[in-house]
Design a protein around this ligand. Sequence first.
Ligand SMILES: Nc1ncnc2c1ncn2[C@@H]1O[C@H](COP(=O)(O)OP(=O)(O)O)[C@@H](O)[C@H]1O
Ligand SMILES: [Mg+2]
Length: 250
Amino acid sequence: MRRRKLFQKERTAQYDYIVSHEQPLSFVAEAFQKALVNLEYVNIDGNLKVIQFTSSLAGAGKTTFVSNLAYLIAKKGKKVVIVDLDLRKPKINRVFKAANENGLTDYLAGRINYDKLIGYSEKLGINYIVAGERTTAVVNVLEAQKLKDLIARLKTEFDYVLLDSPPVIAVSDALYISRLADGVLFVVAQNEAKRAVINEALKTLRQSNVNVIGSVFTQVDLKENDIYSYTYGYGYGYTSSDKEAFEEKE
Ligand SMILES: Nc1ncnc2c1ncn2[C@@H]1O[C@H](COP(=O)(O)OP(=O)(O)O)[C@@H](O)[C@H]1O
Ligand SMILES: [Mg+2]
């Protein structure tokens, strides 16, 4: 069953493996690179500094995508920070093999200062902010003025502020986060997501006037597409109209 497959994946998920770093010449790394080129094209005026990554359901590949994209951005000499705003399922700490301590919720609650908040990976060249101590008041956190102020400050200090976020369906967190972002990238796991679910998520985003700047297709089954039998694949797609993008999807 689909859902079980997703949960299995979550259990076995490996986050300390940035394929763009470990296997820069692989097909997958190449696909990430292309996704960045597309993003830069959409962002030709440089107006999109704070970018949110969301999807319809969990397990689409947001955290994986945001980490690889950050690595490629950093490699180009740009200053990039990832903020873990998926407060219910934080994973950014695992990407950087860091403890989920001294994070966003700790900063917002006044337990730590700004100078303790931002971690840095020498190996990957990426700055990151982990989620921090678990809270049940997620919406309060996401609506806090202090969070808005923090994002505004990060914007002045970094070229890109990438917001890892929860999916759209099930909780409203992603919509609150979208108010902090200049644009939203919508991640679709090609093998998992049903058209109706994708459309529902996109409708929700549209109704909230969210600026969806593109969509990224992950976990593309390359065997089906008759290329090579990679078990790990990336597709990508950008369009100005999401309707068009999903027209061919079943
Ligand atoms: N393009 C991909 N192809 C195959 N598996 C992927 C891909 N992207 C992510 N995964 C795997 O899918 C699972 C969920 O990915 P993750 O990035 O945590 O998704 P999300 O953050 O959207 O919940 C992980 O096990 C990850 O390794
Ligand atoms: Mg995630």
